[in-house]
Write a new protein. Structure first.
Length: 230
């Protein structure tokens, strides 16, 4: 086995290992907006706060979320450099485009900017950074944020399903996906995106429950991104 082949094999193992951590995080993180369909922002906030106990601690965030995500992206990029791009690109590759286009914006507006300690943001507390923050963004920039959320969800769901398919092929070469895989794949993606869309519509229709001072700080956090100053 050549060094290149060994490197590709090792990078694949790294991809699959880190994907497990990312998948657990994604499932927990996506459950909150989907559950908003049934219990509104209150249930979504409760679910999100429970999830934060798992993935947003001093050690858990870098070890369980940011670290695996960074390693996964790096391993994927190096592996792609070694094996080249297929022609045409696979759906797994295409699905990374919406993720890489929207995830940095999502992380910045929902995690980095609200934590800025300087005025006028003054570091929103975990209690302030609940789904009222999301509702504010959806009601202030409805089309912009709806599109960003749904593109991110669609890309993530597609990449996860295609990634699972690639893992099956790698670990069980003889276990080919059934012929109806394509139909099941797209119906699953549609179900996830549709559920998220209904949750978003529910949040957009709710009354915003924040003080004027909190609204000013939340607005400043959103507008720290140039996307929300245009």
């Amino acid at each position: 086995m050549s060094r290149r082949t060994k490197a590709i094999w090792a990078l694949t193992i790294i991809q699959h290992g880190t994907a497990s951590f990312i998948s657990v995080f994604a499932l927990i993180h996506l459950s909150a907006p989907i559950l908003a369909t049934f219990g509104g922002s209150e249930l979504a906030s409760q679910t999100m706060l429970l999830g934060r106990e798992f993935y947003q601690g001093t050690l858990s965030e870098p070890l369980l979320v940011l670290g695996p995500l960074g390693i996964h992206v790096t391993a994927s990029a190096v592996k792609r450099f070694l094996i080249g791009f297929p022609s045409p690109p696979s759906l797994l590759t295409w699905a990374t485009i919406p993720i890489l286009s929207t995830l940095p914006i999502h992380f910045a507006t929902h995690r980095l900017y609200p934590s800025i300690p300087d005025p006028p943001i003054n570091a929103l507390s975990p209690g302030e950074l609940d789904y009222e923050y999301v509702k504010f963004g959806l009601q202030a920039w409805p089309w912009r944020n709806t599109l960003l959320y749904l593109v991110l969800v669609a890309g993530t769901a597609t990449h996860a399903l295609e990634g699972a398919r690639a893992m099956i092929r790698f670990w069980q070469p003889g276990a080919a996906p059934p012929k109806e895989w394509g139909w099941k794949r797209w119906s699953t993606v549609a179900a996830v995106v549709g559920s998220a869309a209904v949750g978003i519509l529910t949040l957009k229709g709710e009354t915003l429950i924040v003080t004027s001072r909190a609204a000013s700080r939340i607005s400043s956090a959103w507008k720290h991104s140039i996307l929300y100053r245009l």
